[in-house]
Ligand binder design. Structure first.
Ligand code: BG6
Length: 464
């Protein structure tokens, strides 16, 4: 046997409410920031007009089709399913005193369905969405009032689902706020660095308060953070490039440094001085930040390079997270560079840094799929991508890294976050819908469906 995964390894898939549920105004749900980003997360808000349509409004209609979808996940042998709760289903405007019962009841139904098959839920409190009402009334995370609103929401769902959910995550890819401010913190991309870092600070405090509340309300539960794992290599061995990559990595690691260690790392002092940022951190904030996460979770899709060569840096503009392409790596159809070994590197780095268990809660290949004449979807490219990344997790386990589980992104095709497309597919399960919104929404098993079922059944022993 090549790789040995722990017996309790949580194999599964990961989703987000706004990318699968649809029903964007059903049963009292309020508008979210995700609803105001119909073209993808990197833009600024688009005002929605009466009668307009966005692909996400219906998404893949998980809101009504969840029994069928969960049955398909169970057929693959999922031990775990990552879902997120749409905050706006529970508190439509964000600052109500009383939650929306219809929203709470929906997630009861979903969680009960998962329990039927023994699928362990991993629940993200906020996956790239917040109530739009908090943006219009308070300016999003710019205002401390939003921390209290989030804590009220977190306490509400902890109390409600305390017997159903053991694993929680606070904010999805909290460290993306610097790159997509409206999506992450409800601020316009034109906001000053001062305002952006202050809003991020409020979100970090809110995350820590959710950790405290979870520990108080659900003994035995485990709550983690969630960051984008954006490993940056130096483009050359020139010390200046190596130094620059160290600082570039700190840009995304400082979030988990705060969440895992309970305080800002020393290097942020220099960064804030150079940017002219002075954070308002109250004594109570410092105490709150001391509530650190139980485990570190992250998404992993690609790596990139960093250089001090300004000409080459121009190439990086417009790429996600401004990465200079690595000449040694292939790319996906969307230009994301594929680097399985980088996953082993990042697992080792994070484990060395925090000595906390790690959970890979997103990874996968966005690709166009073709249905052949027999009706089959032979997505060997996806199988090979996933196999190679899982094999590197197997290696990291042998390195001694503690990995709790792996939930591949989008086990069923869903709406892409960055480009709001349906045609960027990640699933083991195909959904009949195109970028224009046409299609029956029927579900169909791809070749990777059977492959993943076999990998789970063999607990990783069949990985190549
Ligand atoms: C992560 C997000 O950044 O990447 C997901 O947490 C997202 O919401 C995933 O869908 C893949 O990105 P994309 O743009 O291909 O959907």
């Amino acid at each position: 046997m090549k790789y040995v995964f722990p017996d309790n390894f949580l194999w599964g898939g990961a989703t987000a409410a706004n990318q699968i549920e649809g029903a964007y105004l059903a049963d009292g749900k309020g508008l979210s920031t995700a609803d105001m980003l119909p073209n993808g997360i990197f833009g600024d808000r688009v005002e929605r007009k009466e009668g307009d349509h966005a692909l996400k409004d219906l998404a893949i209609d998980f809101y009504h089709r969840y029994p069928e979808d969960i049955a398909l996940f169970a057929e693959m042998g999922f031990k775990c399913l990552r879902i997120s709760i749409a905050w706006t289903r529970i508190f439509p405007m964000g600052d109500e005193d009383i939650p929306n019962e219809a929203g709470l009841a929906f997630y009861d139904r979903v969680l009960d369905e998962m329990a039927k098959y023994g699928i362990e839920p991993l629940v993200t409190l906020s996956h790239y969405e917040m109530p739009y009402g908090l943006v219009t009334r308070y300016g999003g995370w710019a205002d401390r009032a939003t921390i209290d609103c989030f804590e009220r929401y977190a306490r509400t769902v902890f109390e409600r689902y305390r017997h159903k959910v053991k694993y929680w995550l606070t904010f999805n890819e909290i460290n993306c706020a610097l790159h997509a401010p409206f999506n992450g913190i409800g601020l316009s991309a034109q906001s000053s660095k001062q305002d952006i870092y202050q809003a991020i600070h409020h979100q970090l405090v809110a995350s820590a308060r959710a950790v405290r509340a979870c520990h108080e309300l659900i003994p035995g539960a485990r709550i983690g953070n969630m960051i984008i794992g954006a490993l940056m290599y130096p483009l050359s061995s020139r010390p200046a490039d190596v130094l620059k990559s160290q600082w570039k990595n700190r840009e995304w690691l400082y979030f988990s440094d705060v969440q895992a260690r309970g305080a800002y790392p020393a290097y942020m002092g220099r960064l804030f001085r150079e940017l002219g940022v002075t954070l308002d951190i109250t004594p109570q904030d410092r105490i709150d930040l001391g509530h650190t996460v139980d485990f570190i979770s992250f998404s992993y899709y690609m790596t990139g390079c960093v250089t001090t060569d300004e000409q080459l840096n121009q190439q990086a503009r417009g790429n996600i997270l401004s990465m200079v392409p690595n000449p040694h790596l292939p790319s996906s159809e969307w230009g994301w560079q594929i680097d399985p070994i980088g996953l082993r590197i990042i697992l080792n780095e994070l484990y060395d840094r925090y000595q906390k268990p790690l959970f890979v809660v997103e990874n996968g290949l966005g690709a166009k799929d073709i249905i052949d004449k027999e009706g089959a979807i032979n997505d060997d490219y996806r199988i090979s991508y996933l196999n190679d990344h899982l094999a590197q997790i197997g290696e990291a386990l042998q390195d001694g890294v503690e990995v709790m589980g792996y939930t591949s992104w989008g086990p069923i095709d869903l709406i892409s976050a960055s480009t709001a497309q349906m045609s960027k597919r990640y699933g083991f399960i195909y959904v009949d819908r195109d970028d224009a919104g046409k299609g029956s929404l029927a579900r169909r098993r791809k070749k990777s469906f059977y492959w993943y079922a076999d990998i789970i059944k063999s607990n990783g022993a069949h990985l190549k």
